[in-house]
Structure formats: structure tokens, C-alpha cells
Ligand binder design. Sequence first.
Ligand code: KG4
Ligand code: ZN
Length: 386
Amino acid sequence: MIILGIETSCDETALALYDLERGLLGHILHSQINQLSKYGGIIPEVAARYHVQYLTPLLTNLLHKLNLHLKDINFIAYTKGPGLVGSLLTGISFAKSLGFALKIPTLGIHHLEGHLLACFIKEHNTNTSIIAPKFPFLALLASGGHTMLIQANSLGNYKILGETLDDAAGEALDKTAKLLKLSPPNGKSLSILAEQASEKNSSILAKSEQASGVPKFTFPRPLANQNNLNFSFSGLKTAAMLQIKKLDNNNHATTNTNTCNDNYDVYNQKMKANLAYAFQQAVMDSLVTKCKQALITTKLNRLVIAGGVSANKYLREQLLLLEKELLLKEQFNKPAIEIFFPKLEFCTDNAAMIAIAGAMRFIQGLSDQNLYIEALARWDLESIAF
Ligand code: KG4
Ligand code: ZN
């Protein structure tokens, strides 16, 4: 039983083939990030056109790589929303027409459910066995468009415990990375720059940097002391923007009076790295603080991390520290909480997560009941319970 997963909610055209018994056979992805960077970001109409251009060759390529044929596909799962309607429509039309031609069922998947279930992906042909979480679990879902804490009671039954009041964590990282003139992918570039910060270097180097006066930065932790599970990142983003503007103004003043030299570039780069580090720390600390609060209030002992931001190294390190901190509080030395991280390639948008969600929903007996094409720009995750 082979399931084809299709993901086209934003600017990645992705396809995956998942075998119910063997696991993920393979997946393929085309990111439009370089093609869209010349426009300064995503233009929905352009993104949709690229999906149309890439879907067929990518599927042909994937089938060929796996030595499979169209007739081997038994079920198609596609992203129905939330996302850019034009982009979604390309994947949905492709899925529905292929399903019609092959006389096989299709199913629309909620993109966020795909992220939530990425931890369940079992890979065929790898020696690493996965330990999938059991329901119920708590999930932190942090991506470019969403930041939420979710109580996953059972497959398809999700309760949102808290969410961002303004920007998503990924959005704040992306916008700050752009102001720092980093090249896309933004959140990842910011985390790479943050690795060069004084805090991350050896103490001798850090001391010499301090002596040379490379400033460090601190940013607030919004809503940290509030007794709820919501997030807020727009104030933090503005604080970073003001700092960056100040640095840019200082740079202009300095380059106008001094001749620009290599030392100055190094100093500037270190200052940007310190800022990226402090900003990343503030965003990730906010996520970890609320995870801790949610674990305590819900008494759930499994935490699943999902969405593009869950690829962040600093976030993963901090969550492992939280796991240790809560372990110390346990009497019998058994893990107080277990944290489940998807493999890095399944954190950001991909079709394997749509295929696994399709596989799990297929086992539940779900499929589309008609050929109606419906793309949802917004879609309440709680509403998919049945
Ligand atoms: O889940 P995703 O691929 O797409 C959405 O559904 O939004 O998430 C994309 C987000 C972007 O904001 C990107 O900057 C962020 O995930 N991201 C990261 C990292 N990799 C991707 N943020 C921090 N550290 C990373 N390593
Ligand atoms: Zn996503």
C-alpha cells in the first residue's frame, strides 16, 4: 500500500512516497527560495506557477529513482491548507486529477497536522529505528506562519493551548535576518551567524573581543511572566530592528570619517553575530519557557517539537536542558518528560509529513468523498476532529 504525499502550501514543491509497511521510500523537494529571492520574497502568483512547472518532473524523477510506476500508487494525500491559495490549488488539482485517472482515493491534509506527525515518519532502508510518541502529547509547533502549543489528545483531536498574539517565531527570525542582510533561508542563516557570537567562542577569544569593545545585546522575553501559554514576537522584532538601525547609522558615520578597513569589517561582523545570538536566545527562551509552563499545567510527559523553527540547534539544546532539569525533580530517576524531535529534513516543509499524515488518516478510514477542489487559506486545526 503506497501513499503519495504532495505539499505545495508555500514555496516548496515536495513529493513523497510512503509504504504503509516499510515506511518512507523516498521524498523529493524543490525550494523556490533562490528563484523568489530576486523578487525580495514570496509572490503568490509566481510561487504557484513554479509549482505547476515542477510537480510533474519531480514526480517522474521520484518514481524513477525508486523504480516505481504511477500504477504502484494506491492513495494520494495532499495539503489542503492553510497556505497560499494559488499554491495549494496547484497541488490539489494535481492530486485530484491523478487520483481520478488512477481510480484511487485522495485525502486533503491539514499542513499543521503534517508537521505534528513528522515524528512518526519511519524511514525504509535506514538502520535507525524511530521511537514515535504515544498520544496524548504536548506539541510546540513553531514555523514561519504559526507558533502554538497544542495538546494532541489522539490522532486528529488537537486542542490549542496557546499561540502567538502577533508574529510567528519563524517570521520574527526571518525579518530580523533580512534586516541583518543575511541570505535566505533566513532563520537558518541567523542561527549560523549566531554561532560566531562571543558567547559561543573560547573564553580567550571572547575576552579579547570584550577587550576590543564588541558590544553584546540583550532582548526582552515577552509574556514570560504571564500566566498563560501565549507568545508575542513583534515587540522583540521591533527591538531588534531599532538596534540594527542604530548600528547601521553608526556604521555610516564611521565609514564617512574613517577609511573602511578589514579590522572594521571583522568588528562589524562580530557585532552582528552577537546581536543574532541575543535575538535567537530571546525567541527560543520564550518558546522553552512556555513549553515548561505547559508541561507543568497539563501534566503531560511527552513533548513533540515541530515546524521549521524546530530545526534550530539552540532551541534543541535548551529543550534538552529542560528535560534534564525536570528529570532532577523526579524521585525515581525515570524521565520526567520525553522530547521527540523530527529529523532535521522533516522539520521544515516537506511531503513526507503529508504522506505520513495521509497514511495514519487512511488507517482511520478517511478519504475525500468527491472531486470538489477546496483550498483553505486559513483552517482551524481544532476543527478537523471528527
Ligand atoms: O515549517 P516551515 O518550513 O514553513 C512554514 O510552514 O512556515 O517553517 C519555516 C520557518 C522559517 O521562518 C525559517 O526561518 C524557520 O522555519 N527555520 C529556522 C531554521 N530552519 C528554518 N529557524 C531557526 N533555526 C533554523 N535552523
Ligand atoms: Zn510548514
